[in-house]
Design a binder for this molecule. Structure first.
Ligand SMILES: Nc1nc2c(ncn2[C@@H]2O[C@H](COP(=O)(O)O[C@H]3[C@@H](O)[C@H](n4cnc5c(=O)[nH]c(N)nc54)O[C@@H]3COP(=O)(O)O)[C@@H](O)[C@H]2O)c(=O)[nH]1
Length: 943
């Protein structure tokens, strides 16, 4: 680059020189000719002036010119010309010494000429005066007839002729004549005067002649010609020299032209070479994988390749880019440079991170001519690998898993800290050892054979293995071994990663226990039972041997749990489990299915009888009292039995059928066993159908609310009504609530149904009360309605919408709901009570009849169950019980209603006991609203 510009500069200089020489060459000749012409003109001018002056001198000396104006002008011009051309002018320039000498002589001659001319002018004037005076004297002589008049005249005319023609020896002849005359002339004044002036005249003539001679002798013209000749010679020489110079110049020009051509040729070749080199460089740069850019000495971007643009896609290369703006754009784009730039010999090396997370190794090197070569190597992958390696190293160091690298020859090459933690071997102790050192001796040869076979064939093995710690303890590991092979497929290393799974195994065992065993009794749970049942069914199928599945549900367990508390309930379950275990064979599985349900799987029965005997044995054993909290507690068991393959094809089906049978056993009375029959299944199917129908019953308008009057024991006046639900099924006709309320509760349908009953009954009661009936409305409440959305807010809104006063609504709850206190029943009831609604406990006496419930809940009324009323007049025990209930209600300030009053005796008896309100068929069954309206109207009319 530098050479190229030097060459360009050199060519430029030569070209300029050439141009100057050409200009000089063209100027040289013309200048010399012009100069020469000018000089010749000067010389001519001087010659001309000289000739004119000589002419004037001649005229003056011959008296042809009487004034000196012209000659003075010519002299003045001559002086000026001398001054301008010879002294100051360029005439002298370039004259040789000879010409200069001649010029000097010429100037001197002109100066002498000037003096002589002045003398001539003076003496010529004297002569002219003399010539004017002498004729006067001759005339006087003539007039005086002077003796010498003739001689005087002769002399005078000779002097005149002499003046005009200047004959040779003329002056001497005149002088002779004068002397002759002087001798002859008389001595008078006129003669003497004439002779004096004649001699003076002659003297002046002689002076003029002398001066003219001197002037001629000066011969300035001759000098001028010499100068001209000398100058001509000099000019010739100059011309010759100029020719030589021009020739030389021409030669020089030709030489320079040749040099220039040669240089141009060379320059062109150099240019071509440079272009080739540039193209080569461009190609090389383009083919570079690395990003490359070249900035020239001015900092301008001159060359770059595609990887450069790829590296910095934000660079705007449409505009000329320089180093400064490049760096600025990099900064703006957010390119980060490492602080530790290494600067070696003018080149900087550093790393760059672009905002899109690419890494470059950057190298900026200064070129010899002040430019900059920038190379960017994409090291993103290397960085990733580096990062990866760092991560791997960190993982290796910090991993919780032990890592062990074993060379192909079986020597341990590397272990991590976790290895030391788990095995107890330090790095120093274990490196170089054979992994056999870790062997526990717990696995047989077959195990290791499979281990090595997997490693050789699949390249890895993973599984559980028992190894030995440094301290000798044997422990389980989860081990993964991978074989690393080289390109030739030879195993170089084995990398083992293992964890100590001692704790995990314990946890697994724990989890397994939790997953498959009942935490309370330690018996297999439902999951394990299912697994075993499926297995047993498979075996049964294969061996063609029937099996029995028994569902055992404890009777009265809820009672124990609720009265004695959960702790004693748990104890009872454990005792039951122990007793049951004494009833089973080794191959049987006894499981706790949940709550108070146990399941017995008998995989090897020969007939139904085996199952029957086992079930009877269980019932018998469980019917014996249990010693709980110092009390003998008697419970019982209801057992349902299903057989495989007779009763089901799948485990799930078998369990459902056994469960169904158990329900039937429970419903038919306690301590019963029931085999599954297809009839049971039919009933279950019917129940399902009933459920479907019930779902649609509200919308289909099949439900109705009937109202059973509650009357005062004394006057038999209707004081209240109990809302009782009725379902008129399109196919089955009237279905009593006993048959579908439990179903509605089980399915959650009691939520919408219960709401509908409340809404309908409240509306109806409000209508009656607006008509002046003054009734309270009693509505049965199911415990499940609590979780199905019946809240105090809902009830309040319902009351407001119906217009029934809260105090005129009584909600009847069962004892079982009160037993549910742990599920928030108390708060629920309290929220209704807070609205002003009354609460009554229904069917009192059939459940656990705990006094504590009555005290704990905000109850207003107690309804004595009809089972006590039925025999209260003929069974002293029932009579006593009713008496006791009434007394207790009184003491708790609860109102009393006796339900199921069917006879006048019952009415009288209850009346005598002080029971204020009575309900029963004696007064009315549950009536449709229209019927009750009619009766109310009748009653009102009566009163
Ligand atoms: N949660 C809800 N339960 C309801 C609702 N409607 C009814 N039921 C409950 O269904 C059970 C059976 O009721 P039902 O068949 O209507 O029987 C009632 C009366 O008809 C019957 N009764 C009344 N007097 C006599 C009588 O002199 N003899 C006799 N054998 N039976 C009589 O008693 C039932 C009323 O009992 P109770 O509710 O305990 O006051 C029943 O348990 C209802 O609670 C409902 O909408 N929701």
């Amino acid at each position: 680059m530098k050479n190229a510009s030097a060459a360009t500069a050199f060519i430029s200089v030569i070209s300029l020189l050439l141009l100057a020489l050409l200009a000089l060459y063209s100027q040289t000749g013309s200048h010399t000719v012009q100069h020469h012409s000018e000089r010749l003109a000067v010389l001519l001018e001087f010659g001309d002036l000289s000739a004119q002056i000589s002419e004037e001198i001649l005229l003056i000396t011959t008296n042809a010119r009487l004034n000196y104006d012209r000659i003075s002008q010519l002299q003045a011009r001559q002086r000026l010309a001398v001054q301008q051309q010879f002294n100051d002018g360029p005439f002298r320039n370039g004259l040789d010494s000879e010409a200069l000498k001649l010029l000097s002589d010429y100037q001197q001659a002109l100066e002498q000429q000037e003096l002589l001319i002045e003398d001539i002018k003076l003496h010529a004037a004297l002569v002219r005066n003399g010539l004017l005076y002498l004729p006067q004297l001759v005339g006087q002589m003539h007039r005086e007839n002077h003796a010498i008049t003739t001689e005087a005249r002769e002399l005078m005319s000779r002097m005149l002729r002499y003046q005009l023609f200047r004959q040779t020896n003329g002056q001497a002849d005149i002088h002779q004549q004068l002397q002759t005359l002087q001798q002859k002339a008389p001595d008078d004044h006129l003669s003497q005067h004439f002779l004096y002036h004649a001699s003076q005249q002659l003297r002046h003539l002689g002076q003029v002649q002398q001066e003219l001679d001197s002037l001629l002798a000066l011969d300035s013209q001759q000098l001028l010609r010499q100068i001209e000749a000398s100058y001509h010679r000099h000019h010739q020489q100059q011309m010759q020299r100029a020719d030589h110079f021009n020739l030389g110049l021409l030669l020089l020009i030709i030489l320079l032209l040749l040099i220039l051509s040669a240089m141009f040729l060379k320059w062109q070749q150099a240019q071509e070479r440079t272009e080739q080199a540039h193209n080569l460089l461009s190609d090389a740069v383009s083919s570079l994988k690395e990003a490359f850019a070249l900035f020239d000495d001015q900092g301008r971007l001159r060359l770059y390749n595609q990887p450069w643009l790829n590296a910095y896609p934000w660079l705007d290369t449409r505009q000329p880019l320089d180093w400064q703006s490049f760096q600025q754009q990099q900064k703006q784009a957010g390119v980060q440079q490492t602080a530790n730039q290494s600067d070696t010999g003018g080149s900087a090396q550093y790393t760059e991170q672009t905002p899109d997370q690419r890494w470059f190794l950057a190298s900026d090197s200064n070129t010899s001519n002040g430019g900059k070569v920038c190379v960017r190597t994409d090291i993103t992958e290397e960085k990733k690998v580096e990062e990866q390696l760092r991560r791997v190293a960190t993982i290796f160091e910090t991993a919780n898993e032990a890592i062990m690298v074993v060379e192909g020859n079986g020597r341990i090459k590397a272990v991590n800290p976790a290895f030391t933690r788990i095995t107890g071997y330090s790095e120093a102790e274990i490196l170089g050892q054979n992994p056999k050192i870790l062997k526990s001796g717990r696995h047989n040869a077959y195990f290791y054979h499979a281990f090595w076979q997997s490693l050789q064939q699949q390249g890895n093995w993973s599984g559980e293995i028992w190894n030995r710690r440094r301290c000798g303890q044997i422990y389980p590991q989860w081990l993964s071994v991978s074989a690393l092979r080289n390109d030739q497929g030879q195993i170089l290393e084995y990398v083992s990663v293992f964890t100590d799974i001692t704790q995990r195994k314990k946890d697994e065992a724990h989890i397994h226990r939790q997953a498959y065993y009942d935490a309370l009794t330690g018996l297999p749970n439902r999951s394990l039972l299912t697994d075993r049942l499926e297995l047993a069914m498979d075996t049964s199928k294969q061996k063609n041997q029937p099996l029995a599945l028994m569902f055992i549900d404890l009777d009265r367990f809820k009672y124990v749990n609720d009265t004695l508390g959960h702790k004693w309930g748990d104890t009872l379950l454990n005792l039951v489990a122990q007793r049951l275990q004494h009833c089973i064979n080794r191959e049987d599985t006894l499981a706790r299915f949940g709550g108070d349900e146990f399941v017995l799987l008998m995989p090897q029965i020969t007939s139904n009888r085996d199952a029957t005997l086992a079930a009877e044995n269980i019932i018998r054993r469980l019917s014996h009292p249990f010693d709980l909290a110092g009390r003998d507690i008697t419970i019982g068991a209801s057992i349902g039995i299903a057989l495989y393959p007779d009763d089901a094809t799948t485990a799930d089906e078998l369990m459902r059928h056994a469960d169904l049978a158990m329900y039937r056993a429970k419903n038919t009375g306690r301590n019963q066993l029931q085999f599954f029959t297809s009839g049971l299944q039919l009933q279950a199917a019917e129940l399902m159908e009933l459920e479907q129908d019930l779902r649609m019953a509200i919308d289909a308008g099949q439900l109705q609310v009937h109202y059973q009057p509650i009357v005062s024991s004394e006057q038999g006046q209707i004081r209240g009504v109990e809302a009782l639900l009725r379902w008129q099924h399109p196919q089955r006709g009237w279905i009593p609530p006993d048959q579908f309320i439990a179903l509605a509760e089980d399915t959650g349908l009691i939520g919408p149904i219960g709401y509908w009953v409340l809404e309908t009954a409240c509306h109806q009661a409000a209508v009656w009360n607006r008509q002046g009936a003054g009734l309270y409305l009693s509505v049965n409440l199911s415990g499940r309605q609590k979780e199905l959305g019946l809240t105090a807010e809902v009830l309040a809104r319902l009351l407001q919408q119906s217009g029934l006063q809260a105090r005129d609504l009584m909600l009847e709850i069962t004892e079982s709901l009160l037993l549910d206190d742990h599920r928030g029943a108390a708060e629920w009831l309290a929220s209704f009570k807070a609205l002003g609604v009354q609460l009554a406990i229904d069917d009192f006496g059939t459940g656990y009849s705990s006094l504590s419930y009555l005290k704990r809940y905000p109850l207003d009324t107690l309804k004595i169950d009809r089972s006590f009323i039925r025999d209260c007049t003929n069974n002293p025990e029932d009579a006593l019980l009713v008496d006791a209930i009434i007394a207790m209600a009184r003491s708790l300030k609860l109102k009393l209603i006796a339900e199921g009053v069917e006879t006048a005796e019952q009415q009288t008896h209850l009346q005598s006991l002080g029971c204020e309100l009575l309900q029963g068929y004696l007064f009315a069954t549950a009536l449709p609203p229209e019927e009750l309206t009619r009766r109310l109207t009748e009653a009102a009319t009566r009163s």
